[in-house]
Design a protein around this ligand. Sequence first.
Ligand code: G6P
Ligand code: MG
Length: 219
Amino acid sequence: MIKGFIFDLDGVITDTAELHYEAWKNLSDEMGWDFDRELNEQLRGISRLDSIRVIMDHNNVELEGAKIEELANKKNEIYVASLENITPEDYLPGAKVLLTHLRTEGFKVALGSASKNAIKVLEQLNAMGYFDVIGDGTSVSKSKPAPDIFLYGSEKMGLQPDDCIVFEDAEKGIDAAKAGGFYSVGIGPEERVGHADLRFDSMNEATLFEIKSFFKDLF
Ligand code: G6P
Ligand code: MG
C-alpha cells in the first residue's frame, strides 16, 4: 500500500540546475576548465564532490584532496549567494499542487536530496511545511545511485520502501530508488528516466489522479 512519497528537490520541486550551472561555470572559467550545459547534465543528482571530480576528469585535471575541497567550497559560495533569488513563485509548474494534494489526503512526505543546501532552498520556496522528513546531503554518506537517502526517508516516515513512491529527475536517482526497492516516478526525457516505473515529461503532468490511476492496485 502506498502511504508515502519521497521527493528529490533539484529538478523535481524547483529547477536549480541553471544556478548550479552558473556557479560551476564561474569556477571553471576561473580555473581555465572547459564546462558547458551538456557536462552540467551529468551532474544532475550527484554530490558536490562527485560533481567536481566529473568536471576535473573531463578536463584531465588531477588535484589533491584539500584543493578539490577548497574549489568545491568556492563553487558552493557562489551557488548559495544565488539562492537568495529563489522565491515562492519558483516551484516547477505542478509541484506545489501535488504537494498540497498529498497533504490534504494525509500521505507522509519526505525529501530525498543530495544537496547540503536543501533546507535553504525549501525555506526560500516556503515549502518546509509540506515535508514530514528532510533527507539532504548531510543525512547519509553514500550518495545516489546508492539507495541510502531514500531508505533514510522511508525509515524516518516509519514506512517500508514498497510503501513509498520516489520522484526523481536524475538517471542515478531512479537507479537509487530501484536499488532500494521503491516505486519510482521519473520526471524528464525517456533517455534519462525511462527506467522509472512511470515517467512524465514534466511535474505538471504528474497529478495525484494520474499516479493513482497507474499504481491503482497499490492505493
Ligand atoms: C542535487 C543536484 C546536484 C548537486 C547536488 C549537491 O542533487 O541535482 O546537481 O550537485 O544536489 O548539491 P549541493 O547544494 O550540496 O552542492
Ligand atoms: Mg534532481
